[in-house]
Design a protein around this ligand. Structure first.
Ligand SMILES: NC(=O)c1ccc[n+]([C@@H]2O[C@H](COP(=O)([O-])OP(=O)(O)OC[C@H]3O[C@@H](n4cnc5c(N)ncnc54)[C@H](OP(=O)(O)O)[C@@H]3O)[C@@H](O)[C@H]2O)c1
Length: 277
């Protein structure tokens, strides 16, 4: 019987997850299909999961606006999901429904393509769901000096209050983000600034260390204004595609036992799909 996987969201038509997972399923010769599952915000999420399990689904990803509903709907959760209060990957078995969060690991893996070692100081711009996942992953990776700047300072502060080990994390006012960048060796934009249809991120880069990594998790467009400026200064730009693909690879591993590769073919397909050759 063909195994079933999918992504639950609303809207979900734009999701690249089917392209990514179906590529890996086909490559591994697994008889399975990864589908889009549109579920409106008001739906009973637990009932949705049980319907999917009865229909033969073994695993699902969860995207906007259901990550928090998924957190409460599952039977058990991993440590990352517990910390984030959000679930992006679910394993469905007859016995139980487990929730995971692979966003932070996906971000860390996306840096592995860069020649430089992941090291601090690090500056995280933004304090939403993605920032929380990345902050947790940077703390887990042992980065000792992490700075966070967000337009709404209180949101950055609450993010810090929830971090499991936040001694090395400092919050800066949004207007002080250039000061916070002093000698940073990693800059991460987790705000929606720079996305298609949004204003560009106004962030000077001259305070960064000369060998800094500049990561932008926005992936529409793939080359944001921030990344183009980083490249022009000789810094190492990292686009948001790596995080997207690597969080998917961790989900795939939870369902099927091995972590697939982000190979050139997949990269080319995604670039084409995103309209960038
Ligand atoms: N590559 C990937 O795999 C991946 C994964 C997840 C998310 N993302 C992308 O990451 C971005 C953030 O996602 P999220 O889920 O964390 O969203 P979110 O929870 O809505 O957070 C949005 C963040 O952007 C900030 N922001 C929005 N407009 C701003 C403005 N005009 N000036 C300054 N700051 C502004 C918000 O600041 P306030 O707190 O002040 O509102 C907040 O920190 C999105 O573009 C999303 O597509 C990419």
């Amino acid at each position: 019987m063909t195994a079933r996987f999918g992504v639950i969201g609303w809207p979900v038509a734009h999701s690249r997850s089917p392209l990514i997972h179906n590529y890996w399923l086909q490559q591994a010769g697994i008889d399975a299909l990864y589908e889009r599952v549109p579920v409106p915000p008001e739906a009973d999420f637990r009932a949705t999961l049980e319907t999917l399990r009865a229909a033969g689904f073994s695993g699902v990803n969860v995207t906007i606006p259901h990550k928090e509903a998924a957190f409460t709907a599952v039977d058990t959760r991993d440590a990352a999901a517990e910390y984030l209060g959000a679930v992006n990957t679910i394993c469905l078995t007859p016995e139980k429904i487990t929730g995971h969060n692979t966003d932070g690991l996906g971000f860390i893996d996306s840096l592995q393509d860069a020649p430089e070692r992941l090291t601090g100081p690090a500056l995280v711009l933004g304090a939403g769901g993605a920032a929380r996942a990345i902050l947790g992953a940077l703390i887990d990776a042992g980065i000792g000096d992490i700075r966070v700047a967000n337009r709404t300072r209180a949101r950055a502060q609450s993010l810090l209050d929830l971090a499991p080990a936040s001694d090395g994390v400092r919050v800066f006012d949004w207007d002080d983000r250039a000061v916070a960048a002093q000698d940073a060796r990693l800059l991460v934009n987790t705000t929606s600034l720079g996305m298609q249809g949004a204003p560009a991120l106004d962030m000077p880069l001259d305070m960064l260390a000369p060998d800094a990594l500049v990561a932008d998790i926005v992936y529409t467009p793939l080359t944001t204004d921030l990344l183009a400026r980083a490249q022009a200064r000789g810094l190492t730009p990292i686009n948001g595609l790596g995080m997207l693909v690597h969080q998917a690879a961790h989900a795939f591993a939870l369902w099927l036992g091995h972590k697939p590769q982000f190979d050139t073919n997949l990269r080319d397909q995604l670039h084409k799909d995103l309209g960038e050759a």
